[in-house]
Design a binder for this molecule. Structure first.
Ligand SMILES: Cc1cc2nc3c(=O)[nH]c(=O)nc-3n(C[C@H](O)[C@H](O)[C@H](O)COP(=O)(O)OP(=O)(O)OC[C@H]3O[C@@H](n4cnc5c(N)ncnc54)[C@H](O)[C@@H]3O)c2cc1C
Length: 471
């Protein structure tokens, strides 16, 4: 049986799903092939389960602080809640796909030619498909390190860790990126001593250095040992423990090891060579600015092109569909996506970092507000910091970074201002409700404007250029 579609998408993660949804919305027949569960990494081993674990761990420690729930009980509670959230998101994804008139096959797809695919269905049958356009949105999986015995039941990658049967006495986590830091937070919150190891000179290299420092201090205060400049060279079993050899010569003894050392693209078995789809030396599919591969009409989006964020993966999916069906992509892919690390506290950012501005010799000032000094922070007893990076010559907002309880939400407003190339002054024209953390934008803006006034050697009131505003 050979089915024809305008669009066949391989993978139902954010990239593939958003592509199929747009194609269907503009009147094209679309089919998604998914070998796993609806929603991809987000609803199985990524954003949803990790953030649920964090919330559940925080809840557990708040609710049961004086009741000392057993470790087994804690793990069961976390497992139940995580599974329930994932199942509900998977079912919502499946419903949404069906409601939008998109066909869906549970099976594994591979190319038989540039525009033809074979799907081995979960029920054992086979379907042959032909499509005007094919989008590869097969995502990524944890990268595996050499010299590591992954068969050892105490050694986990970021997918297997969800299946642990008991909480370890202590854990070493390799990788100081968002995944490593988020798991470190979860284990530390549950009272498991954590050693977080990274070969770089800092955690979270893409985030604001100053605020990463604040987060690291909080991680250490919560009992996490942070070891920088040290990669994992080897891990061997020694009785009921693991002996871990680090690149700096240090040896660690640990009950468990979690490797969160980056992601590798899912390309195996796709038959990309048959379709003539080119890849780089690291196995990532090569695409042009429209996300088209070296095979015309075949596109690749999301993590299979390089690790990204769910939000960007969705935009890439839509961009590919626009090109495939001759539509102008009216809203270009956002080059200032907001990103967050869900530790305790959260860390979030949008736009340029100080390092980037310095590298580009862009003149800027930093407006800061300590969240503890805002009414909301004082009421909630929460600390944190909001930083606005403002261009010195035209007062445009260039970047916003925040560490604090709801940092991931707080940077949203700044993203809109950045997107519209707005000036920092906008935060003084808005009557920001109080008590809210959002009101911190006003204080940080005043701080930035005061510095700009000082730089320009002008009275602050004149520099504000706003009727009725007094600094
Ligand atoms: C632990 C963790 C936490 C994360 N947290 C966040 C976060 O907080 N915010 C954020 O923005 N991003 C987060 N990410 C990143 C985010 O999950 C990815 O960027 C996003 O899922 C990429 O989407 P995708 O559609 O490209 O791929 P995926 O979501 O990985 O989906 C790919 C799908 O393709 C299917 N597939 C693969 N091969 C085939 C085949 N041959 N046939 C059929 N189906 C196939 C897979 O089963 C999978 O379901 C996190 C990632 C991880 C690992």
């Amino acid at each position: 049986m050979n089915d024809m579609y305008d669009l066949v998408v391989i993978g139902s993660g954010p990239a593939g799903r958003s592509a199929a949804e747009l194609a269907s919305f503009i009147g094209h027949s679309a089919l998604i092939v998914e070998r796993g569960l609806p929603g991809g990494t987000v609803t199985t081993v990524g954003g949803a389960p990790t953030k649920t674990l964090r919330e559940a761990a925080l809840d557990l420690t708040r609710t049961h602080a004086d009741q000392r729930m057993s470790l087994a009980g804690q793990l069961q509670t976390l497992r139940t809640r995580t599974l329930s959230v994932c199942r509900s998101l998977q079912s919502a994804t499946a419903d949404e796909i069906a409601a939008r008139g998109i066909a869906y096959l549970n099976g594994t797809a591979r190319f038989t030619s540039c525009h033809s695919l074979r799907v081995d269905l979960a029920d054992g049958s086979v379907r042959e498909l032909t499509a005007r356009a094919v989008i590869v949105a097969t995502g990524s999986r944890p990268r595996r390190l050499p010299n590591i015995a992954y068969r050892d039941p105490a050694i986990h990658d970021s997918e297997e860790i969800f299946r642990i049967q008991e909480l370890p006495r202590n854990i070493t986590i390799a990788g100081g990126g968002p995944v490593g830091v988020e798991f470190a937070t979860v284990f530390a919150t549950l009272g498991v001593p954590v050693t977080l190891v990274d070969p770089g000179d800092r955690l979270l290299p893409s985030m604001d250095r100053e605020l990463v420092g604040v987060m690291q201090t909080e991680l250490e205060r919560a009992g996490t040992r942070v070891l920088l400049g040290a990669g994992i060279e080897q891990a061997e079993r020694a009785g009921d423990r693991l002996e871990i050899q680090l690149s700096n010569g240090e040896r660690l003894t640990s009950s468990a090891l979690l490797l969160a050392a980056g992601r590798a693209p899912n390309i195996e078995g796709l038959g990309l060579d048959v379709a003539g789809v080119g890849m780089d030396g690291r196995g990532r599919i090569l695409v042009d600015r429209y996300h088209q591969t070296s095979c015309p009409g075949v596109y690749a989006v999301g993590d299979v092109v390089g690790p990204t964020l769910a939000s960007l993966a969705m935009q890439q999916g839509r961009a590919a569909v626009c090109h495939a069906f001759g539509l102008a992509f009216g809203i270009p892919i956002d080059h200032s996506p907001s990103a967050a690390v869900y530790g305790v506290p959260e860390l979030a950012s949008v736009g340029a970092t100080e390092e980037q501005l310095q590298a580009a010799s862009t003149p800027y000032v930093v407006g800061r507000c300590d969240l503890a000094k805002t009414a909301r922070g004082a009421i909630a007893g929460q600390a944190g910091r909001l930083k606005l990076l403002v261009r010195a010559d035209d007062r445009r907002l260039l970047g916003v970074h925040c560490v604090g309880e709801i940092a991931s939400e707080l940077v949203g407003m700044a993203q809109a201002v950045l997107h519209l190339a707005g000036q920092v002054d906008v935060f003084l024209t808005l009557a920001l409700n109080t008590p809210t953390y959002t009101a911190a934008y006003r204080d940080a803006a005043i701080d930035a404007l005061a510095q700009l006034a000082a730089l320009a050697g002008r009275p602050r009131a004149l520099h504000l250029q706003l009727d009725g505003v007094r600094s």
